[in-house]
Write a new protein. Structure first.
Length: 319
């Protein structure tokens, strides 16, 4: 842990490379414009996840196994690899739903379900901060009457002690969405618009997407009363995926005590930069992870005055 220095980046990096800390931060530029978000924009970011009009559909098999190593699709499963991750939160996004059970199933690359076994069916648990992640293949399409259903992933999400949310996830740009009776709904209880996510290709050739889930449940308080994106935000992290170094660009919109934390998918803190005294400004933090940090997904969290205001998913390459 070290206070940010107002010196040049070169000497700064030299300084931290000799220190025992794993991360440090400095202002990203004098007079950099900081765009604040309104409270309305921050509040809009937290809406209850909607049901899918088609419910669970006809192909659900009860009691699927827990998936191992975050892989819903085995390495030899034909298809385009995709990684879906996000966070499960309560209705006003003030609490993380730790240990939420996420039951996932979808069609294979050819548009077929395994109705006799559990291929492409399984459960994953959200971690202590509510984060979840799984890797699978891009689901194929299948005919529903004379129309192809868009590619979709089915979910049942259960928080301990609360009712189960059954819904489906779709992907932006899918030409079958407009004609689909469920995916085309854009208002009301079955509004699918926040369940159509974008996927972008990472440097490993896999497609990644983020889907946060907001459910009527009680979880672990995050110490916030809204998303508070008006207090601070993580703009970007690059390169992402990273290997030896990653630069995290963030902004703080008020004079505050600020912390940056990195968690692994099990919720274990793997790096932190705590209790920085920051003025409203853009900042840049360089993290040089330990060489033995396993490859995979991590989350950077930004805390302002001990309130977690934003997070960003990052990934360490396998080499
Ligand atoms: Fe389906």
């Amino acid at each position: 842990m070290k206070e940010p220095q107002a010196n040049s980046r070169r000497s700064f990096l030299k300084n931290i490379s000799m220190a025992s800390i794993s991360m440090a931060a400095l202002p990203a530029g004098v007079g950099a414009a900081v765009k604040t978000r309104t409270q309305d924009e921050a509040t809009l970011a937290c809406n209850a996840t909607t049901l899918d009009y088609y419910g669970q559909g006809p192909f659900y098999s009860a009691n699927p196994p827990m998936i191992s190593n975050g892989l819903l699709a085995g390495p030899s499963e034909p298809g385009t690899r995709i990684i879906i991750s996000g966070r499960v939160m309560n209705l006003d996004c003030t609490e993380a739903i730790a240990n939420a059970e996420i039951d996932i199933w979808h069609a294979n690359d050819a548009g077929q379900y395994d109705n006799s076994g559990y291929n492409l069916r399984g459960k994953v648990l959200a971690n202590a901060q509510g984060f979840y992640s799984f890797e699978t293949i891009w689901p194929g399409k299948y005919l529903n009457g004379n129309q192809y259903r868009p590619s979709h992933i089915h979910f049942k999400i259960s928080a301990p002690g609360f009712s189960t949310l059954t819904t489906q996830l779709y992907f932006q740009g899918d030409s079958s969405i407009p004609a689909d009776a469920a995916a085309s709904i854009s208002s009301g209880v079955y509004d699918a618009s926040s369940r159509i996510i974008s996927l972008s290709q990472n440097s490993n050739g896999k497609y990644e997407g983020t889907w946060d889930v907001v459910v009527d449940a009680q979880g672990v308080p995050l110490g916030i009363d809204s998303l508070h994106l008006n207090k601070g935000i993580i703009y970007s992290a690059s390169p992402n995926p990273f290997w030896e170094e990653i630069e995290i660009n963030y902004g703080v919109f008020e004079k505050a005590k600020v912390s940056l934390l990195v968690f692994d998918m099990q919720g274990k803190e793997v790096a932190n930069l705590k209790d920085l005294q920051h003025s409203p400004e853009k900042y840049s933090a360089i993290w040089n992870p330990p060489a033995n940090l396993p490859s995979g997904l991590y989350f950077v969290a930004l805390k302002v005055n001990d309130m977690q205001v934003h997070y960003l998913k990052i990934a360490r390459k396998s080499s």
